[in-house]
Structure formats: structure tokens, C-alpha cells
Design a protein around this ligand. Structure first.
Ligand SMILES: Nc1ncnc2c1ncn2[C@@H]1O[C@H](COP(=O)(O)OP(=O)(O)OP(=O)(O)O)[C@@H](O)[C@H]1O
Ligand SMILES: [Mg+2]
Length: 272
């Protein structure tokens, strides 16, 4: 089971979109996947078309992490049902969600104790059957993001090619290295994904070159361009692989490649 956190210090750079794009690629590839929506805004849950009725949200599960069985409280994504009905699949792909809600915000403090940081790890330790776990983090480096880092083997930092986003990513990388030393010596790769790239923009070209020299081999490929349909797809709670049109197909193919690169590099030893 590969556990991957998608995080950034800066808001609105595309964490949830990258999480949803990877989740979509995983569904298309038939990879048994769990998405954990750790952001109290619960945007990933909205994009995946899920809500809880009689089950616990991730915030409530974290609160009772020792007693709670995550498997009893996950829900299947609405994409899974669409994929099954569209392709009349005989084997139902595992595509589950630990649903987010505002309650998780109780842990989004800067001063979370070490035993609280382990709550998500505790939940995941009792979980089986997934090859991939994607954790969508809130836009902060507080308790929830740190809880996600503690439970992860690798971390994807999402950045736009803009001054503040690149500076924020460098700060996050430094914070992560300190976190690794103090709490997570086992933590593997920390990679950077450029999102919302406009190749025709001089500023973007400049910032991308800056990112490549700053982050070197940590820059993941492919870079993700601006994609006008994203909002509509997410609003309709669709998987990008199920959305019609050439631009969606192109974006879906980029996420297929990104997912392959992430799962391939998982087999390589972590950076030192
Ligand atoms: N490559 C892209 N092209 C066009 N729009 C994008 C792209 N990536 C993200 N967006 C849009 O930008 C907005 C913010 O993206 P998203 O919610 O994924 O960012 P986030 O980092 O998760 O934000 P937050 O910090 O609030 O959680 C959304 O409306 C999303 O549809
Ligand atoms: Mg988000």
C-alpha cells in the first residue's frame, strides 16, 4: 500500500485537483484506491460525489482513532458507480473515500502533540486491500497536514509557476526536512508538481526554469497545464477520465503518466 500526501502551504494551487486527477487515473487503471479527504473544506469529497449518512467522517474517525475501524466508515466514490454502469464491468474497481468535514479542523493546530500526529497512521494500520492511498491536505502546515505526512511514504507538493507559490514550496520543503528529522525518518520522496502551467506566458516559463533549478530531480513530470474544464468537471462530480472531449482526454492522459511516474519511482530508494 503506497500512501501519498498531496500538500502545499499556499491555498488554491491545485492540491485537490491533483488528488482527483490521480484518483481518476487510478480508477481507470483498476488500482484499488482510497482517497482520504483531510481538508475541513471537504472539496475532494464534493468532487468525488460522496457524503456520509450513517458513517463517520474522517474528523470523527481521527477523534476515536484507536477504537474506529476505517473500513466500516469509508464510502464508495460516485465515480466508481458511473464507471461500472458505463462499461458494464464484471469486476467492480475499489475506489473508496474517507469523507471530509469541518470537524477535522479540531486537529488543524500548530501545536499538535506527537501522539495526536499518529492518529491517521493508527487508522491506516488497520486497513488493507488498497494499493494506493491519496491524502488531500488543507492549505497549511498545521496538525492535519503533519498528521498526513506522518502516515505517508511520499509527499507531493503542488506549486503554480508564480513567485509566491514557488517561495511557499521552498519553505514547505524546508519544513518537511525538519519534520523528517524530528518525527518521520522513514519518510520517502518529496516531489514537486507544477500545476496550471501556461507555456505561452513569459512569467510562467521563467518561474518553471527557476523551479527546475531549485527542485532539480524532485520536479515530477509531466507538468500540468491550465485546463479550462476543471471547475465544471469537479462541480459535476465527474472523473476527468469520464468527461467527454479532447481536452479532458489530454488531461486524463497526463494524469495516467503522472500516476505511472509516481508508482514507478516508489520502487526506487528514497533520496537522502
Ligand atoms: N490545471 C488547472 N487548470 C485550471 N484550473 C485549475 C487547475 N488546477 C486547479 N484549478 C482550479 O483552481 C481552483 C483551485 O484548485 P484546487 O481546489 O484544486 O486547489 P487547492 O490547492 O486544493 O485549494 P485549497 O488550498 O483551497 O484546498 C479550483 O477551482 C480548480 O478547479
Ligand atoms: Mg483543496
Amino acid at each position: 500500500m503506497q500512501v501519498v500526501s498531496i500538500s502545499s502551504l499556499k491555498g488554491g494551487v491545485g492540491k485537490t485537483s491533483v488528488t482527483l486527477g490521480l484518483a481518476s487515473a487510478a480508477l481507470a487503471a483498476g488500482i484499488p484506491t482510497l482517497v482520504i479527504d483531510l481538508d475541513p473544506h471537504a472539496d475532494a469529497s464534493t468532487g468525488l460525489g460522496v457524503r456520509v449518512d450513517s458513517k463517520l467522517t474522517i474528523g470523527r474517525m481521527l477523534k476515536a482513532s484507536r477504537k474506529t475501524n476505517l473500513a466500516d466508515n469509508i464510502v464508495s466514490s460516485s465515480w466508481q458507480a458511473k464507471a461500472v454502469s458505463k462499461r458494464s464491468l464484471t469486476r467492480v474497481p475499489v475506489h473508496d473515500v474517507a469523507v471530509g468535514d469541518a470537524y477535522a479542523g479540531i486537529y488543524d493546530r500548530p501545536d499538535l502533540r506527537a501522539r495526536d500526529l499518529r492518529r491517521l497512521t493508527q487508522l491506516l494500520a488497520k486497513t488493507s486491500g488498497y494499493a494506493l492511498v491519496l491524502i488531500d491536505c488543507p492549505p497549511s502546515l498545521n496538525g492535519l497536514t503533519r498528521m498526513a505526512w506522518s502516515a505517508s511514504e511520499r509527499i507531493l507538493l503542488v506549486a503554480e509557476p508564480s513567485l509566491f507559490s514557488v517561495a511557499g514550496t521552498e519553505r514547505t520543503q524546508r519544513a518537511l526536512e525538519m519534520f523528517r528529522k524530528e518525527y518521520a525518518p522513514e519518510l520517502g520522496r518529496i516531489d514537486v508538481i507544477a500545476n496550471r502551467v501556461r507555456p505561452d506566458s513569459d512569467e510562467h516559463r521563467f518561474r518553471l526554469a527557476e523551479m527546475r533549478s531549485m527542485f532539480g530531480s524532485s520536479m515530477l513530470s509531466p507538468e500540468l497545464p491550465e485546463f479550462a474544464d476543471w471547475q465544471q468537471i469537479q462541480g459535476a462530480a465527474y472523473s476527468v477520465h469520464q468527461w467527454p472531449g479532447k481536452p479532458a482526454k489530454k488531461t486524463a492522459a497526463l494524469f495516467d503518466q503522472l500516476l505511472r511516474n509516481i508508482t514507478d519511482t516508489a520502487r526506487k530508494p528514497p533520496r537522502t
